[in-house]
Design a binder for this molecule. Sequence first.
Ligand code: HMG
Length: 390
Amino acid sequence: MTEIGIHDIQLATAHHVLDLGDLAEHAGIDPNKYRIGLGQDEMSVAAPDEDIVTMAAEAAAPILERNGTGGIRTLLFATETGVDQSKSAGVFVHRLLGLSPTVRVVELKQACYSATAALQMAAGMIARNPDERVLVIASDIARYELDSSGEPTQGAGAVAFLVSTDPALVAIEPVSGVSTTDVDDFWRPNGSTTAVVDGALSVTAYLDALHQAWSDFAARGGAPIGEIERFLYHQPFTKMARKGHRHLAKVTGAPLDESTLESSFAYNRRIGNTYTASIYGALAALLDLDEGRGAARGLEGARLGFFSYGSGAVSELFTGIVQPGYRATLDPARAAAAMDARTRIDVATYRSLHAAIGTDDGDVETPRVTTGPFRFAGLRGRARQYERTA
Ligand code: HMG
């Protein structure tokens, strides 16, 4: 059977970074609550001239440079922080990247889950048309009210990946366990720029969904837990993945080693919650940094377990096999460069950026802050304007 899966992957993040130690000091909270209690060190904060579209284009452009555009007939854009109620954010990206008019574009929404729906849809499309490739982009800005308990779990970032036959990185296995339950753990009402969340309920809803998705995965003949070498979880904050792993150990009775999660935390600890992109940021970190069987082979041949969760709530548990020679496609310096390039801001600057979101109306020209090739230039007749400057 032809393997289908992730052929290349790239992370991008926002222009600014806030150290959570500074946020803790401002709030009069022990910084260890954030660093150890939540497992987060920093969070990315978007500049006024960037958003999910510019981050998405930044993540996807290098993938197209490395792989060309041949065979790409579909761009799936996963987000829960869409910039328009009607037009897919992917259509802006389609133009910024100079994609052919014969590429279809659609946006998918179900909280943090929809990039996984995109991956599965892409796999289905490619199974039917094996010569095609699908560009999937997950991009989000996680935003809660100032001074709320969700505040230290904000973040901003995008992950783009190319789905194809004979993937260089991870072949996705066909068995999935899924779970859907109507629950009000987290949502963002129309017109609101911040999410509403019942924090405690969201944690239990995540764990319940993990249990249900695992049961479905096992019932459908998924791999035995002992044959899954690494687990990747949706990481709203990295401690949540630890909670998930402990819960899965309890549910299955398997002795799961928590230390094997560590390398998957490296990027999300510094970027924060990127909603749809989070689990794929965890994948990028794992593939870049996990030594697995040693420097030469890394995780070659290892089976990865993915738990993708989106509040509301839909989740999916599936597996993939790391491909031989996968390290040749990767360069850990790429993600490090994106994170290191951020400009550190103080709490006062962060708070004024946060307060300004959603206040624009009428025709507006956005001041230039970012230095990257893609920027949000402003509003004209309430339509969003984007520029490629390099
Ligand atoms: P909170 O009430 O501020 O935190 O909110 P807490 O009091 O529960 O403390 C958190 C942890 O820090 C605890 O550890 C404390 O013991 C520890 P735990 O018991 O959890 O292991 N702690 C300390 N550790 C070391 N030194 C100290 C210290 N003090 C305390 N000094 C909460 C936490 C996550 C609820 C909040 O940040 C929140 O509401 N976040 C947003 C919601 C969220 O991320 N939920 C996660 C599950 S839902 C999900 O993943 C979906 C989502 O991504 C969205 C989507 O799908 O669309 C959110």
